[in-house]
Design a protein around this ligand. Structure first.
Ligand SMILES: NC(=O)c1ccc[n+]([C@@H]2O[C@H](COP(=O)([O-])OP(=O)(O)OC[C@H]3O[C@@H](n4cnc5c(N)ncnc54)[C@H](OP(=O)(O)O)[C@@H]3O)[C@@H](O)[C@H]2O)c1
Length: 254
């Protein structure tokens, strides 16, 4: 048996939405376990800051800007990965959009399109591009950040929740068709986590009070509390796990 099941030395990992929040925590932990991490989001400055700080701590990290709702930027990202690293071992699809908070009947086309383009089309074509490289390599792991909202839609978060349900289905579809290629695909389903993304919920005293009542651990998660599950799912510790979802929600769904 391998001595350290979590060791990622020699692995190249792309983490989207890694300039802050859950993605940043994931990028830092994967680098701490030996992966060479590509820190990606729309704005290069935030990515460079995170990558520089990982390098300062002795890790290997690079920054590359990619808006996952833009097909040309997805293509450019994989061109960069091919020419710079020649392979991709790990893809973490984590960047997501949630531009609309309100009644589902008031959802407009622009909010619908932005949410679907980033959360569904982005994850889908990133997975295809990564999957093709992993097929050539003979192995690979894809981790999708979905949400507990994909299991039970969040109030006033209709279209966002619908895209997260699609990510759960996407995880299973890719896992089924890519298992024979030695590519594993799993999903992390975070509950309420203290990031900019969730600030509309966490900064509203009434909403927060209501949310905490249904979280057995009685608190919002720190983004670092999501990264351990991701490390498990992208490492050899989970070598027989694919097509599954892991809920990390302080017990809320229970
Ligand atoms: N926080 C929660 O309570 C919670 C709960 C369940 C699920 N999640 C999921 O967790 C994931 C991360 O969310 P978070 O809470 O960590 O959010 P966050 O702190 O707001 O970070 C979002 C990250 O995504 C990047 N990003 C946003 N839109 C992008 C796009 N179109 N293309 C590429 N990068 C983009 C942002 O950087 P730029 O601005 O530079 O692009 C940033 O790095 C998302 O999939 C979210 O749905 C979060």
């Amino acid at each position: 048996m391998k001595e350290n099941l979590f060791d990622l030395t020699g692995k190249v990992a792309l983490v989207t939405g890694a300039s802050r929040g859950i993605g940043e925590s994931i990028a830092r932990l994967l680098a701490a376990y030996g992966a060479e991490v590509i820190v990606s989001s729309r704005k290069i400055d935030g990515c460079e800051e995170v990558a520089a700080s990982i390098r300062a701590q002795g890790g290997k990290a690079h920054a590359f800007a990619c808006h996952v709702g833009e097909m040309a930027q997805i293509d450019a990202t994989f061109e960069y990965i091919k020419s710079t690293f020649g392979k991709l071992d790990i893809l973490v699809n984590n960047a997501a959009a949630n531009p609309y908070f309100g009644h589902i009947l008031d959802t407009d086309l622009a909010a619908y399109e932005k949410t679907v383009d980033v959360n569904v089309r982005g994850y889908f074509f990133m997975s295809i591009a990564a999957g093709k490289m992993m097929k050539e390599l003979g192995s690979g792991v894809i981790l999708n950040t979905a949400s507990v909202n994909g299991l039970s839609p969040g109030d006033m978060q209709g279209i966002y929740s619908i895209t997260k349900a699609a990510v759960i289905s996407m995880t299973k579809a890719f896992a089924k068709e890519c298992g024979s290629l030695n590519i594993r695909v799993n999903a992390l389903l975070p509950g309420l986590t203290d990031t900019k993304f969730a600030s509309a919920l966490t900064s509203n005293e009434n909403i927060l009070k209501h949310a905490l009542k249904v979280i057995p651990l009685g608190r919002v998660a720190d983004p670092d509390e999501m990264a351990g599950t991701v490390l498990y799912l992208v490492s050899d510790a989970s070598s027989y796990t694919t097509g599954t979802t892991v809920v990390v929600d302080g017990g809320m769904m229970a």
